[in-house]
Design a binder for this molecule. Structure first.
Ligand code: C2E
Ligand code: CA
Ligand code: CA
Ligand code: CA
Length: 276
């Protein structure tokens, strides 16, 4: 069996169970993902629920490795967070997203905001704000067309987060709290944080069927309006949800009902159709 070379790797590690070896495989694969051009962004349109026009898009990461195949970000992002690989990956995502948005604007497409997901570890990384600043300068993207999505978990350290959010705001970009409602943000904290938008988690949108005046979704929308925050509903799959959300005065929405995340060339067509 010796001459089989690197295939023996697995034979020499019989103690590894499936989950652990899968994780190692992902960790090792990720190490070369950027240089091997295995990462790609897809773009999901964000709609104005009233006019049904595209007002922005969310950049979502895709990874296709020749050996492992397609791996969901829900699986590899947490691993990248754990290992610290999220730092270079996050930098790649931010730059790619800003470059792409700038390119579309230069091609004369309607100018829309691009939303980029930022993980906790990235947000807490000391060089984060200066990196965002540098990418804006280098891509020459007007900061009003960049939004960063962070989750409630970054708010655990309120003082530090507030400071970072202030610095980001000073750059002229906007920020949103993603997956809102799944964490533990208190009203007080929300009021103090320099953020612009709440994104209601899909799990709450799944629930809405009938006009329920006392629903969680309605409460979150009312809260946002009171705090002068804009509000986005994510995971809209049916017209019924879109129209109920509009009745509840939710301004924006995303979901398969409007469009799945699209490859750059398809998003471009989608945006063109809208403006035609
Ligand atoms: P997320 O930020 O909450 O993104 C929304 C997820 O829901 C995306 O999954 C999107 O494709 C999916 N989605 C959108 N509309 C619908 C719908 O109507 N129905 C259903 N069932 N799903 C819908 P995706 O792309 O697999 O991403 C999963 C998660 O991975 C994201 O959740 C985000 O937490 C993370 N992620 C993705 N890209 C990045 C990235 O560039 N950086 C970081 N840090 N995290 C990322
Ligand atoms: Ca998001
Ligand atoms: Ca989300
Ligand atoms: Ca989510």
């Amino acid at each position: 069996a010796k001459e089989k070379g690197k295939n023996n790797y697995q034979l020499y590690n019989p103690e590894l169970n499936g989950a652990v070896s899968r994780k190692l495989e992902i960790e090792n694969g990720l190490r070369k993902a950027i240089n091997n051009n295995e990462l790609q962004l897809v773009y999901q349109p964000k709609m104005d629920l009233k006019t049904r026009e595209v007002i922005g898009m969310e950049a979502l990461l895709r990874w296709n490795n020749p050996d492992i195949g397609f791996v969901s970000p829900a699986e590899f992002i947490p691993i990248a967070e754990e290992t610290g690989q999220i730092i270079p990956i996050g930098k790649w995502v931010l730059r790619e997203a800003c470059e792409q948005n700038k390119k579309w604007q230069e091609e004369g497409l309607p100018k829309v905001c691009i939303s980029v997901n930022v993980s906790v570890r990235q947000f807490q990384h000391s060089g984060f704000v200066s990196y965002v600043k540098r990418v804006l300068e280098e891509t020459e993207l007007d900061p009003q067309y960049l939004e960063l999505e962070i989750t409630e978990s970054v708010i655990q350290n309120i003082e530090e987060s507030t400071e970072v959010l202030k610095q980001l705001r000073a750059l002229g970009i906007s920020t949103s709290i993603d997956d809102f409602g799944t964490g533990y943000s208190s009203l007080h904290v929300l009021k103090e944080l320099p953020i612009d938008t709440l994104k209601i988690d899909k799990s709450f949108i799944d629930d809405i069927t009938e006009l329920e005046e006392d629903s969680m979704v309605k409460s979150i929308i009312d809260l946002s309006l009171n705090l002068k925050l804009s509000v986005v509903a994510e995971g809209i799959e049916y017209e019924k949800q879109a129209s109920l959300l509009t009745d509840f005065r939710c301004s924006y929405g995303q979901g398969y009902y409007f469009s799945k995340p699209l490859a750059a060339s398809d998003f471009e067509k989608y945006l063109q159709q809208q403006s035609a």
